[in-house]
Design a protein around this ligand. Structure first.
Ligand code: URA
Length: 272
């Protein structure tokens, strides 16, 4: 028996009162514990549940954003397997024109001729585009030409929203690497991809838009106009397209990226 003045008893009482202060209100388990058995270890699942989330290392930076040159961007596209268009196309149609152009043209998607040649706008729409450029004193070597999607959609259908979204980071990166001062958006798909909104091309054409491009610290001014393939089907729309080209030309002269001299040589696009 321990007496009142027993130090071990005093220690035990003080320990119990500490337990009470901590909130312990039971001294016994309902069931007798078999202390000859190993202690119960929580299952792995319970352990996972009870631990706090761990901060995982960030995934590696996407190869698109890592591309610091156009050659690296092209290589990243060649490796990119997440757009189904690649499987039905003959080859990648990356771009044409100058890598340092101040003016960049954005089309929709390669057609059959472009798919064969590996270059954008080489078919009938491309021949009209060449004449459109010439009408304001430009040629392919003075601009950069790209498409929203770089692979031909089967049967020349329009690219789907998913395909556009899959390829958009590459288009953004292309623009960021070339750093054009003005964009000419050829048709509704280019406008949908880069500007967004639901307005038709007839409503938005000829009006400057300002576009934020990831990786560029300054927004880029973009002018929507009709797609040359549409102009081939609707020659009456050429008058409006010509007006848009003059708007582009005038603006480029004002900001000093085109010269006034070529302005006097402008010719309306008449022949189809
Ligand atoms: N139409 C486009 O939008 N792009 C091309 O490269 C060819 C036709």
């Amino acid at each position: 028996m321990q007496s009142e003045g027993d130090p071990s008893r005093a220690a035990l009482i003080s320990f119990l009162s500490l337990q009470r202060d901590w909130g312990a209100d039971e001294a016994l388990f309902d069931d007798a514990q078999d202390r000859t058995k190993p202690a119960i270890v929580p299952s792995a699942r319970a352990a996972v549940k009870s631990t706090r989330a761990t901060i995982l290392p960030l995934p590696p930076v996407s190869p698109v954003l890592e591309a610091t040159t156009l050659a690296a961007l092209r290589a990243a596209l060649e490796r990119f397997d997440h757009c189904a268009l690649k499987r039905t196309a003959t080859q990648l149609v990356f771009a044409d024109g100058s890598e340092t152009a101040r003016i960049m043209l954005v089309g929709e998607a390669p057609g059959a001729e472009e798919d064969r040649a590996g270059l954008p706008f080489v078919g009938p729409a491309g021949q009209l585009l060449d004449r459109m450029l010439a009408s304001i004193g430009l040629d392919r070597s003075a601009v950069r030409i790209v498409n929203v999607v770089p692979w031909r959609p089967p049967g020349n259908r329009a690219p789907s929203d998913t395909e556009i979204a899959q390829c958009l980071p590459f288009l953004h990166r292309h623009i960021a690497l070339v750093r054009p001062q003005r964009l000419l958006l050829l048709g509704a798909i280019a406008v949908r991809a880069l500007v967004g909104g639901k307005e038709g091309i007839t409503r938005v054409r000829g009006t400057w838009k300002t576009i934020e491009i990831p990786g560029l610290d300054t927004p880029v001014r973009a002018l929507p106009t009709y797609h040359p393939a549409y102009l081939l089907r609707q020659p009456a729309a050429k008058r409006a397209a010509w007006s848009d080209l003059l708007t582009l030309r005038q603006d480029c002269v004002e900001v000093g990226i085109m010269h006034d001299a070529a302005m006097r040589n402008t010719q309306p696009i008449t022949k189809s």
